[in-house]
Design a protein around this ligand. Structure first.
Ligand SMILES: [Zn+2]
Length: 177
């Protein structure tokens, strides 16, 4: 298990996908969608309370649409979330499989699972732990450095570092994240 601890059951799956697709951080979400034959689009026409969609055409073609008005790092996380739906739903029926709500309390159980896999895909625990060793003596900037390395928001990196156990809950709460 090494010197980190991760609660997520999706860590091995994310690790497998990184190895299978020879991924280096930061994860190229668009590239991975391409390799998996998923169409990924950004749209300015989605309502503000929707971060993204995952849908399947009648012909069985998967498509992800991301709300382009959202911050770029949020768009990356939303794309990884929709990708997680694709990975966790082996044979989805045609139609909209996920309409990702912008507000966390509106999320379904399936959405919560997909958020977990998205976090693992964007920030695999073993790589985050490796990179953390290099920056741990720089408490002021380490989260920003890691967030930049993995191209996620600082809030997402805080949450992930806490999940993995590399920073304490106290620090997480103190920053209100
Ligand atoms: Zn979803």
């Amino acid at each position: 298990m090494g010197d980190y601890y991760d609660m997520s059951e999706y860590e091995p799956l994310a690790r497998f996908i990184w190895r299978e697709h020879n991924i280096e951080p930061p994860l190229d979400v668009r590239g991975l969608c391409g390799e998996l034959d998923i169409t990924l689009e950004r749209s300015y026409d989605l309502p503000a309370d929707v971060d993204g969609l995952y849908m399947v055409s009648q012909a069985g073609c998967p498509r992800i649409v991301i709300n382009a008005i959202k911050p770029v790092m949020r768009q990356r996380f939303s794309a990884a979330h929709e990708l997680a739906h694709h990975i966790l739903t082996p044979s989805p029926s045609p139609g909209v499989e996920c309409r990702l709500p912008a507000l966390p309390h509106s999320k379904t159980k399936e959405d919560v699972k997909c958020d977990q896999l998205a976090a693992c895909l964007l920030m695999p625990a073993h790589l985050v732990a490796d990179e953390f060793k290099r920056v741990k003596d720089n408490p002021t900037c380490r989260v920003a450095i890691l967030a930049n390395r993995f191209q996620v928001s600082r809030a997402a990196m805080y949450r992930r570092l806490c999940e993995i156990g590399l920073i304490t809950q106290y620090r997480l709460n103190r920053y209100g994240l």
